[in-house]
Design a binder for this molecule. Structure first.
Ligand code: URP
Ligand code: ZN
Ligand code: ZN
Length: 460
């Protein structure tokens, strides 16, 4: 059935206008004032509302075997939560263990998503080791439509790679025109500091950030930048959390290194005092890199506004508090890392960024949709509102007032890091390629309507 969205204020990364949007099949076919709808068209009145391009989360974990357990969401739950929050495309980290076969892992991750996702999806392919077989698999995976890799400079013994592997992965990426996304923390420093803290009897969740201070992250970024400079690879620093790390990325960019920066909604609105809450409550807020001193929030908001930071993601990694987080009750290094936020990213960005005047609506759209699409070879199919683009649209009600709670969220996890927080605005209608998937906070779409998005590298 064709779809007509009438009278909304269309906001893209660089324009704002009041117009109607007509969609046929899966795409936007016309934009203009006073468009007519043929009989049988579904008409949505967007008077008083914004219409945004569907949001894209460039960094999520759905299938994630990690720290002796598994992240809680599946594509069934995670994709619905994403859509309710206005996110219509997920880019998931496909993360094989070092002992796993790369191609087998890619196929496993794909099988978890295919036919089970309500929204569209693609992957950053984890390069968690580098040998002849891995290289050959990575080449094949790129030819199957994946144009980005993921590497970890942290997580010794699990996903982390050594410098030889880093160098060779970046050289391959450069050759293939693939962008390399990277978790930047110096794993040796983390390991040593964890041992020191535990030996001193400092085992509580509030110690987690002491084991990975800003210098550890800044060193990771600096390290990656040196290798990127030598290889010419395009790099993307994931989940950047602090001023020191941003300084390293910006300095490298100024000397010509190809680097983009992602921060997370968690770092913009939470700080380390949450992880220092009494008892074991702080475990809800343990993630890596850790939540930082609150002074970093202004640096990150400003970085976003000034274009030093390109994207805002969630690094969604949900682990239940009552069971999984308890694995670290007497040793913070065993708390599964992650703060779930897939459903809340856009509303928190709107509430704490746009409504407070820290960023414009255009920056919100750019950082959470358009720039992601451009950086990861999805544009202009995704990330904008124009004829020919996929009809992934978010009709956003700026007057809605809500309260976040684990009791009402769609994410499959037993707590919310933002319990009781007030939000302003929410998606009232979300469409996936022309079909309504969300209405007034409820998922009403096709549970298996999501598709794998093939991407072709564009950096050669
Ligand atoms: O704490 C985090 N970030 N958990 C997910 C895994 C990762 O490092 O991205
Ligand atoms: Zn990471
Ligand atoms: Zn991650």
């Amino acid at each position: 059935m064709p779809l007509l969205i009438k009278n909304g204020e269309i906001v893209t990364a660089d324009s704002r206008s009041r117009a109607d949007i007509y969609c046929e099949g899966e795409t936007i076919t016309r934009i203009g004032a006073g468009l007519d709808a043929p009989p049988g068209t579904e008409v949505i009145d967007a008077t008083g509302k914004y219409v945004f391009p569907g949001f894209i989360d460039p960094h999520v974990h759905i299938t994630l075997p990690f720290m002796g357990t598994f992240a809680k969401d599946t594509y069934e739950t995670g994709s619905r939560a994403a859509l309710v929050g206005g996110t219509t495309t997920l880019i998931e980290m496909c993360c094989p263990a070092r002992s796993d076969n790369t191609m087998g892992s890619f196929e496993h991750w794909m099988a978890q998503a295919a036919g089970r996702s309500a929204c569209d999806f693609t992957f950053h392919m984890g390069a968690t080791k580098f040998d002849a077989a891995t290289e050959s698999d990575l080449r094949e995976i790129v030819s199957r439509g994946v144009s980005s890799f993921k590497i970890f400079l942290a997580y010794k013994g699990a996903f982390g790679i050594d410098d030889t592997e880093l160098y060779r992965t970046l050289k391959l990426a450069r050759e293939l025109g693939v962008v390399v996304t990277a978790h930047c923390e110096n794993e040796t420093l983390v390991f040593e500091r964890q041992k020191e803290l535990l030996a001193a009897g400092k085992t509580d969740p509030g110690r987690h950030h002491e084991s990975r201070p800003p210098e550890v992250e800044a060193e990771g970024v600096h390290h990656l930048m040196s290798f990127a400079e030598l290889t010419g690879a395009h790099t993307y620093v994931v989940h950047l959390s602090c001023r020191q790390a941003l300084d390293e990325a910006v300095a490298a960019r100024r000397r010509g290194v190809n680097v983009a920066v992602e921060t997370l909604i968690q770092y913009l609105v939470l700080d380390k005092s949450y992880a220092e809450r009494p008892g074991f409550e702080g475990a809800k807020y343990v993630m890596s890199p850790p939540l930082r001193d609150a002074s970093n929030q202004d640096v990150l908001w400003k970085g976003l506004r000034d274009g030093l930071i390109q994207t805002v993601a969630t690094d969604h990694a949900p682990f239940d508090f009552e069971s999984q987080k308890q694995m670290g009750v007497s040793d913070f290094t065993k708390i599964p890392n992650g703060i779930p936020s897939l459903e809340e990213r856009v509303n928190l960005l709107y509430t704490h960024g746009v409504r407070t005047g820290r960023i414009s609506l255009h920056t919100l759209v750019d950082a959470a949709s358009t720039r992601v699409a451009k950086m990861f070879d999805l544009f202009p199919r995704k990330g904008t509102i124009q004829p020919g683009a996929d009809a992934d649209l978010v009709v956003y009600d700026p007057d809605y007032r809500g309260t976040i709670s684990a009791k009402t969220q769609h994410m499959n996890v037993d707590y919310s890091a933002f319990e009781g927080w007030r939000t302003e605005g929410r998606p009232s209608v979300v469409t996936v390629r022309g079909k309504v998937a969300v209405r007034d906070g409820a998922f009403v779409g096709d549970p298996a309507g999501g598709r794998f998005l093939k991407r072709t590298p564009s950096r050669l």
